[in-house]
Design a protein around this ligand. Structure first.
Ligand code: PLP
Length: 459
């Protein structure tokens, strides 16, 4: 394919994508195929001779689409939201075209520098404490990881290295294996399975703390486990608090767990290390975290100041297509200290200047894409207000318009109320004679009128 064919085919592909997304509602959301459906539909080996683009594109509808689960269908309500926006898709095209592997500043300065600035922009949107921002000379900063699982693993491995080095500095006779045997990490019993997996990969015990009646990890339960483990000679070193658990979007009590993790380790360290040493607190807000850009939800992040690292996925709910998992640390040296290796072929003249970031030291793989382009396009084309409106997905005006329609239609009657700054439509079951059928009727009627209101708003 030469440049002129690329221009033509590229435009066709953009049309195909736009048609796909515009018509996605008409496709069955879940594919009707059996395991192994695809193999008989394509040759058993790659073609020896080149094929035409036309033939490939024709096979998309015949072979691929029948086996696609349409995550962006409005009928898809499984798992969690995954981001999709046109600006992010266009940025991804450009990322593919530039095709750099930005493992170090020198490997592509724009790739590194835009990422640092975008992570600061996003950190400011969330009102993260200053300590997490890179700024011009901060000790912290943000990095784009591929997934929340990766971020948890990176945090756990960095915390593990840190505690091992500290203990060995005090007791050089201790081997890494002897220390690792005693290390123990904690999360709530509601934490995502990726947290347990990080423990598995990191070769440390991970204990699930029983959550309370609201599915939240509380200090008392964590404290109890810490006491027991210390008494058994174990070394607590890492806690994961979840803000927005996968099963039910519960929030661990960060304001309790944050200070407790510090206190406990102070106590532990007097026994084990002889000096104050905090447990590493990592926050996993993978899918709920995007909501913190709205001031009315920001209080759910209170206590983040106790954390060493914080992560959420713009690729879930902030319109930046997969993959884009935003991770911040208060001390970048905690990561670089754990993961830094400098083979001669990766060295460059600026690396020790203190002015640049080499992101390869902040992550597990070496290679990395120019993912911050997606953030840049999305943040600029939506603006913070547009992103907040997307999270809120509704307004007082819409509620008012709906109420007006409901009461004008006169089939049912409702009155509103104000809950702080929100207009809420109250649905009270009032009459002695109300039966389920009446409520069902009202619900169908409300849904129909809400659909009308949304259609008018769209136009
Ligand atoms: N943590 C939480 C709370 C999640 O809900 C999820 C996914 O749903 C994850 C972690 C894993 O996310 P990722 O696929 O980015 O690793």
């Amino acid at each position: 394919m030469n440049a002129s064919e690329f221009r033509r085919r590229g435009k066709e592909m953009v049309d195909y994508v736009a048609d796909y997304l515009e018509g996605i509602e008409g496709r069955p959301v879940y594919p009707d195929v059996e395991p192994g459906y695809l193999r008989p539909l394509i040759p058993t080996a790659a073609p020896q001779e080149p094929e035409a683009f036309e033939d490939i594109i024709n096979d998309i509808e015949k072979i691929i689409m029948p086996g696609v689960t349409h995550w962006h269908s409005p009928y898809f309500f499984a798992y969690f939201p995954t981001a999709s926006s046109y600006p992010a898709m266009l940025a991804d095209m450009l990322c593919g075209a530039i095709g750099c592997i930005g493992f170090s500043w020198a490997a592509s300065p724009a790739c590194t520098e835009l990422e640092t600035v975008m992570m600061d922009w996003l950190g400011k949107m969330l009102q993260l404490p200053e300590a997490f921002l890179a700024g011009k000379a901060g000790e912290g900063g943000g990095v784009i990881q591929g997934s929340a699982s990766e971020a948890t693993l990176v945090a756990l491995l960095a915390a593990r290295t840190k505690v091992i080095r500290q203990l060995q500095a005090q007791s050089p006779e201790l081997t890494q294996a002897a220390i690792m045997e005693k290390l123990v990490a904690y999360s709530s019993d509601q934490a995502h399975s990726s947290v347990e997996r990080a423990g598995l990969i990191g070769g440390v015990k991970l204990k699930a703390i029983p959550s309370d009646g609201k599915f939240a990890m509380r200090a008392s339960a964590l404290q109890e486990a810490l006491e027991q483990d210390k008494a058994a000679g174990l070394i607590p070193f890492f806690v994961v608090a979840t803000l927005g658990t996968t099963s039910c979007c519960s929030f661990d009590n960060l304001l309790e767990v944050g200070p407790i993790s510090e206190l406990r380790v102070t106590h532990l360290s007097s026994k084990c290390t002889g000096k104050k040493e905090d447990m590493w607190l990592h926050i996993d807000a993978a899918y709920a975290g995007s909501a913190f850009i709205c001031p009315e939800f920001r209080h759910l992040l209170n206590g983040v100041e106790f954390a060493d690292s914080f992560n959420f996925n713009p690729h879930k709910w902030l319109l930046v297509n997969f993959d884009c998992s935003a991770m911040w640390v208060k001390k970048r040296t905690d990561l670089t200290g754990a993961f830094k290796l400098d083979p001669v072929y990766l060295k460059h003249s600026h690396q020790d200047s203190g002015l640049i970031t080499d992101y390869r030291h902040w992550q597990i793989p070496l290679g990395r894409r120019f993912r911050s382009l997606k953030m840049w396009f999305v943040f600029r084309m939506y603006g913070v207000k547009g992103l907040q409106a997307y999270i809120r997905k509704g307004s007082n005006q819409l509620n008012e318009a709906l109420l007006q329609r409901i009461n004008s239609a006169k089939k049912i009657h409702l009155v509103p109320c104000h809950l702080r700054d929100k207009i809420v439509l109250r649905f009270a079951v009032c009459a002695r004679t109300v039966e389920s059928a009446h409520v069902q009727f009202a619900w169908e009627h409300i849904k129909e009128l809400a659909g009308d209101v949304l259609r008018v708003e769209k136009e």
